[in-house]
Design a protein around this ligand. Sequence first.
Ligand code: NDP
Ligand SMILES: Nc1nc2c(c(=O)[nH]1)N=C([C@H](O)[C@@H](O)CO)CN2
Length: 245
Amino acid sequence: MLGGNQRTDKLTAPNMNSPILVTGASQRVGLALALELAQAGHTVVSASRSVQPQAAHPNIVQFQADLCQATDRQALIDYLHNHYDGLRAIIHNASLWLDDGLDNLETMFRLHVEAPYHLNLALGDLLAKVEKADIIHICDETSSRGSKSHIGYAATKAALQNMVLSFAEKYAPKVHVNGILPGLLILKEGGDETYRQQTLKKALLEFEPGAGPLIETVKYLLASQYSTGSQVVINGGRHLKNRMT
Ligand SMILES: NC(=O)C1=CN([C@@H]2O[C@H](COP(=O)(O)OP(=O)(O)OC[C@H]3O[C@@H](n4cnc5c(N)ncnc54)[C@H](OP(=O)(O)O)[C@@H]3O)[C@@H](O)[C@H]2O)C=CC1
Ligand SMILES: Nc1nc2c(c(=O)[nH]1)N=C([C@H](O)[C@@H](O)CO)CN2
């Protein structure tokens, strides 16, 4: 039973002329997400600095871009406007988990804040051309509690999280804008076992989940007809561990 402004399921079906832009899809979580969406029939435009053979799929277009650079972002914006009728979704996944320092802070600001801000503003017209459009910001659960070891990373992810609220209001009702706040997903390759064990024990669910929880959440949000301005936490209950009760 569909009423009011509800959309029919057929509108969430993959539309080959309205791709999903996934930033940072050359490895790990972003790559797994891009391949999952491509296998579901979506056209995926993947924007990263490197082009990877692992991302080769008939439905994936790899667009090489350093999203810290406005000129590269503009080239991506122009490409999308020149080649597609609309844009089904933008998933801002590109990120750098850098140590603290002024240069690294500037880099993370450019990637986590400036790039999503620029792309959301410049691509709003393409998103508005499809019935069901989404913007998803991949934030971090440290956005809301800080991180003494990654102050700049957490601060820039917090800004990314805040922009969910502003763009959700700006683009309603045609474009839904939501944030995903992961805890642990995939540890860095080659990390030491001590760090791994310490990290796993920070959550109630003491295991390394991989890309799955994020992919499931993206699929839910793409299908949702009543979610915007939401922040979906997927952290294994980390916020409840070792509380001062
Ligand atoms: N892994 C985890 O446990 C957690 C991850 N997250 C978040 O989930 C998302 C995915 O995480 P994960 O897969 O580990 O991330 P990675 O750091 O492994 O990959 C980040 C991606 O961003 C791309 N990227 C980096 N810099 C740029 C740039 N200047 N321009 C364009 N693309 C760039 C990289 O591609 P390339 O180098 O080719 O440019 C890569 O594809 C991220 O947003 C992350 O912050 C949040 C919490 C936990
Ligand atoms: N861009 C990235 N962001 C984050 C990463 C990563 O590898 N790349 N990793 C983490 C950690 O796994 C953290 O969640 C647990 O130590 C956080 N963000």
